[in-house]
Design a protein around this ligand. Sequence first.
Ligand code: F6P
Length: 384
Amino acid sequence: MTTQIKRIGVLTGGGDCPGLNAVIRAVTKTAIWKHGIEVVGIEDGFQGLIEDRVRPLAARDVSGILTRGGTILGSNNRCNPRRYCVRVDPVTGPVWENVTDRCVDTARRHGLDAIIVIGGDGTMASAAPLVEAGVNIIGVPKTIDNDIVGTEITFGFLTAVNTATDALDKLHSTADSHHRVMVCEVMGRNAGWIGLTAGVASGSDIILLPEIPFDLEHVCENIDFRMKKGPGFAIIVASEGARPREGQQVVDRIDPTSPDPIRLGGIGRWVADEIAKRTGVETRSSALGHIQRGGGPIPADRILATHFGYHAIKTLMEGKKGRMVVRQGNVFGDVDLLHAAGKQRLVPVNHPLIEAARAIGTGFGDGKTPEPAAHAEPMGSVVV
Ligand code: F6P
């Protein structure tokens, strides 16, 4: 199918992640060099569309940014055109307005035939009113959380896993030296992909996921075994969205001006304090926080981001509208963007990696991993 695309915009929305610049580069170069399309960059996500902050992007503007962290366009995770905080009233709080028309006007004023929106589920939800208003949007799935519906992977995730695994490896040696329990809190919102993947990659002993509410009794039994009959230290990964069976997620902050106001954080510290109290074992906690979002992308993410950027333009040039590029079964394709908007892809509790982890004795705090004490020789014993 031929299509009349002459000029497009590109924006990055939501929390930043490694690989955003690699996508911007791939989108811009493919558009300009392969199709002769003009590209403009929209600054700070949808904020730039609302405030008409748009600048031309030439191929030279995206040269050398493949390896750079962050986004040259800026981003914003508090900006949904349908529900936009125009000001905060000192008495009544945030005042919301639907500013979709302002975004549509900016797109028209700049003659944009389409906008490539690089973002997570919140950004896709923010794009929805524009799609409904007739603006052609092609989404590219981004987030360290890897929780976007419709794609098996998002760029940024593998770099975050790499960062978390590196941190866990470092915690391993200090836990060993001091015979301590180390709890490391990782990001991911309501999804445990980072916790599960970095936990297995680092050989952590217990992994606490939002998808598997944990029981502190089981966690402490496991610690007790490792301290008395095992190596004398333990590493626990706690996803920020993890919660005890009878409890709630720990909220770090509420941002009233954001359409998605809850910011999780603090479960790692809580788990560490409880373990110390219940077992008497010296326990420390570290929260990796935004370190997981920073820095340049690892090679796998540079490649994924380049594929996604190229496929976004390919999808557009096939005449498609309102699509999000995805990878499924290692094959690139596209799905209805509205299908991904505002949803989260959680870790299935029977995920093969969870099964493999349980088989090698990794606990998930739910008592379902076979107790090592039940069938193993104490570590350090000599089996003749
Ligand atoms: O969605 C990406 C993410 O880093 C989450 O893992 C985390 O919960 C959240 O964003 C933090 O948001 P903020 O940057 O607003 O603190």
